[in-house]
Every structure is written in C-alpha cells, then in structure tokens.
Design a protein around this ligand. Structure first.
Ligand SMILES: C[S@@+](CC[C@H](N)C(=O)[O-])C[C@H]1O[C@@H](n2cnc3c(N)ncnc32)[C@H](O)[C@@H]1O
Length: 288
C-alpha cells in the first residue's frame, strides 16, 4: 500500500521503509540521520544492527510501528538521543541512561584515563567516585581494575537506582552509597583515588537552556558554580591515602580557581590537564 506521496502507509511499512522514513524526518534534528534512524529502530524493535540489515524487508506490525513513532516524536521534540535510546556508550561500556541521570560525556573519559594512570593493577587499591550519576566513572574504573575496591556516592535516589542497575548489568562490585558527598562513607576509609565530575555550572549559566532535558541537580552547583568543587576539595585531604590523588572535572574557565582550592586544602603536585581543544578540564592534586 502506497500513499499519494509515494511513502508506504504506516500499517504496511517494512523495516526498510521505516528506516527511510526516519532518516528523512530526522534530518531536521540530526547531522547523522541515517545512523540515528538505525539506532532508534533498533531500540524500538529490540534488534541489533545486524538483525536490522538482515531483515530489511520484514513487515513491521502496527503496535511496533507505534513504538517507532513514539520514539521518533520524542527525538523530533528535542529529547537527547541517549534518553530516546535508553542507553549510551562510555569508555567502551554500554550504560543504561534515563532522564534521572546526566548523559555521560566523552570529556569525562579523560578523567577516567587520568585516574587509572599509575593506579596499581594488582593489590587492594581503593577508589571513590563522588556524584556517581549513571555510575559511568565508578564502573569504568572498576572494570579496568578488577582488583580495586570502588565506592560510588550519589545523593539522588533515582540516579543511584540507575547506577545500581548498570552495576548489576556489568556484573561489577561497586559499593553504591546514597548521600551527600563524603557523609555516607565509613570514616576510617582512605582512598588511593577520589574522582568526581560534580555539578559545576552557575545557576545563571547561559548553557542551561540547551541542557534542560538533563537533571538540573546534576549540572548546577550554586550561584558561583564552584560550590560542589569547594566541598569535595575541602573533604579530600583526610580521605586520601598517603599517596592518594584527587581528580576533578570542571568547567573550562574554572582551572585557576580549582588549582587555588587544591593548594589551599594542602594538596601537592597540583596540575590541570586540557582537552583536545586546549581547554582546562581536569585538575588534580596528591596528598604528598
Ligand atoms: C555532573 S553529574 C556527573 C554524573 C556522572 N559521574 C558522570 O560523570 O556522568 C553530577 C552528579 O553529582 C550528583 N550530586 C549533586 N550533588 C551531590 C551531593 N551533594 N552529594 C552526592 N552527589 C551529588 C548529581 O545528582 C549528579 O548525579
């Protein structure tokens, strides 16, 4: 069945018809419409990419067509692709994501890489991820260092449920704790790495309108943007092991302020690394 416009009627579309339809509709919101069409179809139908190719002529029943349209409508309304798909890739891991968690960013992979540098592959090292969100950082480190004991702290119960679900899917043994930064931790614990990608935007940051699908609590620190970084840095010294290191992701214009805070908190070897565009994004300091 074909409509006047030459497009197959929704009720008689094959997988390939749907793929073409989605690709054309997605052009307005995406610079990779072909790829997004495939991802959305795979998510709506529960198929992988190979199955999509193999079954191009498969007729799609009406109820599945409705699921495809529902996902397409969300995407056309500006919902980030990660939330439409319900999963996103980070550091080679497929993570579940929902609007309760920040979508893990490629920039944050730099934080993981730096945290793993010099972190022993054998032996009992301890790592703490503050503001775990989807669990991206804690899980990437736990899976790269199977001998490490990893803690993930998160104050949002809904986000923590996502982190726990990701931990279960990836069969990782991260200790997930709910609460405010260091508060839920056993006071005797000392960590070889403390890592965090905390909220660091000021509450009037001009980028916020573009980020309105993501949880505001995951993005905004307070009037100055530095409030969460300050609290994490203030509590780090007494939580680090003797040779432990604190590593923080921050905004590109916060490097100088974060270095000053790290120095004032008694941390040594304070330094900042830049991203590929030369913007200051991760600062660190060690206890000795
Ligand atoms: C920028 S998101 C980072 C999420 C994840 N680590 C990532 O990199 O994708 C910051 C996270 O910190 C959490 N958070 C904010 N305030 C917190 C607090 N006082 N204690 C613990 N977690 C907090 C937010 O809920 C959010 O999940």
């Amino acid at each position: 069945m074909t409509s006047d416009s030459g497009v197959a009627h929704p009720l008689s579309r094959s997988l390939r018809d749907w793929q073409h339809h989605l690709r054309e509709r997605l052009r307005v919101v995406s610079d990779q419409p072909e790829q997004e069409a495939r991802w959305l179809l795979a998510a709506a139908l529960g198929l992988d990419a190979t199955a999509l190719l193999r079954n191009a002529l498969l007729p799609i029943p009406g109820d599945q067509g409705e699921q495809i349209v529902a996902l397409l409508d969300q995407r056309l309304a500006g919902v980030p692709l990660a939330y439409c798909l319900g999963e996103w890739s980070f550091y080679g891991l497929d993570l579940r994501v929902s609007p309760e968690v920040l979508i893990p960013r490629p920039d944050t992979e730099t934080l993981v890489t730096l945290a793993l540098e010099g972190l022993a592959e054998e032996g009992a090292v301890r790592v703490l991820d503050l503001g775990a969100g989807s669990g991206a950082i804690a899980l990437a480190i736990a899976l790269a260092r199977p001998q490490a004991e990893v803690w993930g702290v998160e104050h949002s119960p809904a986000a923590l449920r996502v982190a726990r679900a990701n931990g279960a899917l990836l069969a990782s043994r991260v200790h997930w704790l709910e609460g405010d930064w260091y508060a839920p931790l056993d006071g005797a614990l000392r960590f070889d790495r403390i890592v965090a990608n905390p909220p660091y935007l000021a509450d009037d940051d001009p980028h916020l309108p573009d980020l309105h699908h993501e949880p505001r609590d995951a993005l905004v620190a307070g009037p100055r943007g530095l409030e969460c970084l300050e609290r994490i840095i203030a509590g780090a010294y007494e939580r680090l092991s003797t040779s432990g290191m604190l590593l923080l992701e921050h905004g590109p214009d916060q490097g100088a302020a974060v270095r000053r805070l790290l120095g004032n908190a008694g941390l040594c070897a304070v330094r900042t690394r830049c991203d590929l565009a030369g913007r200051e994004r991760v600062s660190s300091g060690t206890r000795i």
